[in-house]
Design a protein. Sequence first.
Lengths: 741, 302
Amino acid sequence: MMAAVAAEWLKLRSLRSNLGLLALSALPVLLCAGIAYMVVRGFDRQTGDDLLRFESLGTGLGTGLPVAYFLMAAAGTLSITSEHATGMIGTSLVAVPRRQVFLFAKIPALAAVTLVIGQLLVFCMHVATMAVVGERAGHVLIDGRTLGLSLADPGVTAELLVAGAAMPLAAMTGLGLGAAIRSAAGTLVTLIVLMFVLPIVAQALPSPMGPRIASYMFENLPAQIASGDGVLAPPVAGALLLAHPVAALTAGAVAIAARGRGVRPLLAGGLPAALLAGTAVVAPGAAASSALSWRPCGESLECASVQVPVDWSKQDGRTVTIQVARLPATGAHRVMGTVLAVPGGPGGDGVEDLRDKGGAFATLRQRFHVVSLAPRNTTDLGVIPFDCLATGPWITLPADRAAYDRVGARNRKYAEECRAADPEYFDHLDSASVARDIDAIRAALGEPRLSLVATSYGGVVATTYARLFPDRVRALYIDGSIDHQADQETRLRHRTAAVEQQFARFVEWCKTATACALNGRDAGAAWRGLVAAADRSPVPVRGSDTAYSGFDFKVAAAPDVISPGPAPDFPNWQRFARSIDRATAGDASGFADLVEQVTKSLKVPSFRGQNVTQCADGLMFADYGEFRRLKALGERLSPNFAGNELWHRLGCVGWPTPVGNPPAPMPADRLPPILGAGTWTDHGDVATAAARVPGSATIRYEGPGHALYLSGNQCVIAHANRYLTYLRLPPAGAACEPLQP
Amino acid sequence: MIAVTDLTMRYGDALAVDDLTFEVRPGLVTGFLGPNGAGKSTTMRVILGLETPDAGTALVGGRPYVSFRRPMREVGALLDAGAVHGGRTAAMHLRCLARSNDIGRERVGEVLEQVGLAEVAGRRIAGFSLGMRQRLGIAAALLGDPGVLMFDEPVNGLDPEGIRWIRELMRRLAGEGRTVLVSSHLMSEMALTADHLVVIGRGRLVADTAMAELAARFEGDVLVRAAGQEAFAHVLRASGASVREEPGGLSVTGLDASRIGELALRHGVALRELTPRGASLEEAFMELTEDSLEFAAEGSTR
């Protein structure tokens, strides 16, 4: 055997035609560079979100790889078909009469040469692509990948090595097919079909069938082995990759031994291929086995439910049914797990979020199931009457302890109205209970770990979950969330700075925008004048016996100040300016009408549906002293909105239920780094929340608004998808810019 | 020593070799003779393990060819001078073969010298004439210095000088005690080289005989034309000859021309013609393989 192997090495290197094949190896490198050039040219012509929708070049092997594999397979093919074509086969078999020995003796030389050349080729292809792509390589795309990958990126070296290591396998496949088919033309056509035609056909098929079929193609297997980021699990991809040469060589070995051709080699080759592919496809039962019975409940939405105890400390006690919804993975890639979207509010319904804003998850669903829930504190769940939860007392800003106590008494009276409907349930609407419900869902899904996407107040639930079940957290993305653990003063400083900055932007805008009703006047002075006047003498709402204090104006105005609406018209700021104008003239109904539209109440009520959770989560003043101190601090820091930031906490004064979920530290050493995202007004809070786990990162959105992922902000979604999929965080100071109108 | 026993080989419906049995002994040049399509090449391919027979065995030194670890050291064969890759040089072609059988590189130079290709050793085979390829094939056969040699139609494409060279080579190889099997479809060629003949036709053994025996078997007759031919025929028969009438004469065997002349003189017969006719080996061959020629003719009109 050794002699035969040595002879085949001599044969291989003594043919000038093989040098020609070697020279052709430049082709895939040029192809890679050419494709990269085209992509880069297109990329440079795009702006904004269009830049995010480019297909990643990955390691840059792309189009060149199948060509390289084809060349290697052709080398393998020619090493046997040239013997048939010239008749050399007779001479060779007289020298080495054992036919399988003769065939297999070709393997070592062929493998060694194609491995070395292939590996070199792969690295050249990568370097060529990345040289063309240059700096653009780091640009994050919507699916969380970057436009290109450098050797410094994790897994790239491995992927290149595997892609190179597959070169000899391509050569073996060519050798085996060549031995089975015997004619060079026939074999090369077969290889062209295998390496080029089928993948193109597969790609033309609709998703997910197209990507699934494409994932079985030779050229797509190495990347799936190395990255684990394909449709197929790495062991499956590995088995399929090996199946190619094994099947081809078996067919070849049978054909070279058999006197005739015909079906025998085909059968012999097909058998191991089918066997390997079969076991590979059947074997991995790694997919999570969900105990939930999903039923369709909307466009691509599936619903199910889980039973959880009302009181988690009495698990065999009374239960409540939690509705769960799922946007199933699209199947274009292997499912990596479940992303659980934690809704905000508190009181928001995650099932509705998926129904209305599920499109934001379109790309993430290539690799994840996206699940959400209607948490136990969802306002319209019905256990506690909706009408009770959806309203609440009007909050006044207490001037002294007596007034503070009056607020407390009123709050308590309102709370007890709702509590009376179901005291046990009412007392267990804290975020820790919701977090435990989420873990029950996780268990029912059969997922070992969850990737959490928490929006707004969902961040409190998610960080509570991280505190209670740190080992169940694969990734934690918080978007526009408050920091549950922040002390009151820090939070006040953040919120005040944010709203004051935002107000300053409004004032600036008003100076130049003719659409601003206060254009030509000092909008800031107008607002401060209105507030001061209203504090002295409340401004009546026309057609009612209600009047607005300065505090009422601030609470009613804050949402419009923070969210000006779409640029360049900023309709909410226009509305705000008009309302100031009207209120200055003695009618507060500009503000009251808006509030009434949203809340069915002329002033913003302190929603009991939110307070059931916020108060139970301990987001309240320790005592009157703390309130007074923070009030004074606000008056110092906030010329335009002093007191506004106290509104939420004032709703919890006198609240009757125990604090079930007081702020407490997360076990940071057992948690992955967090990714946060926040707008102008949210980023400060998000940043301190994320910083609770060392190594975390945030994306600052240089614009107004709230809840970036669900509102479909492509730049933020790209960064978040990168984190959720590859656990890669953006660099410090990462920011997303609003699109230029 | 080659032993072919009860060998049968079919290609589909066609019977290429039909229950063939013969032996090739060392120290002799054995001619393997038969018309085109008689099964000579097929038999040789079976001996070399290139074809698997439907029945029977073909052994070299008592073993199947495929059982040799280094077969080129046991058997050297020239089957098809064209069975080479034109892209290699003569020397590299031989080196590849030598390497596969653990034959030292120096043998390559030696055999190239021996077949007269030393000067073109570094040239690519693609540019070789058929004669040069024949010599290269012979060089490959000699590479392992084997005890058994097989040549399939070795003189094809050779010039007269080459043909003489190959005859001498085969005689010398046999003289060295090697077993030499040479196939040909030309009796005249065999007549000059072979010590022994294995003749096949239509895949069947026709004759397995020493060359001298064959010559004796096809001893000639004498053509006699005389006045009173019928009477003279009686005389000849009475003297122990066998006589057959031919148009215009008698074919006489069993008596030579001088004895017939004496009998004619004694009986006063006037001879018009007395011609000894030696049967050529070629005629003998034609006679032997009559069946297979019919087969070939049939085949060609199909």
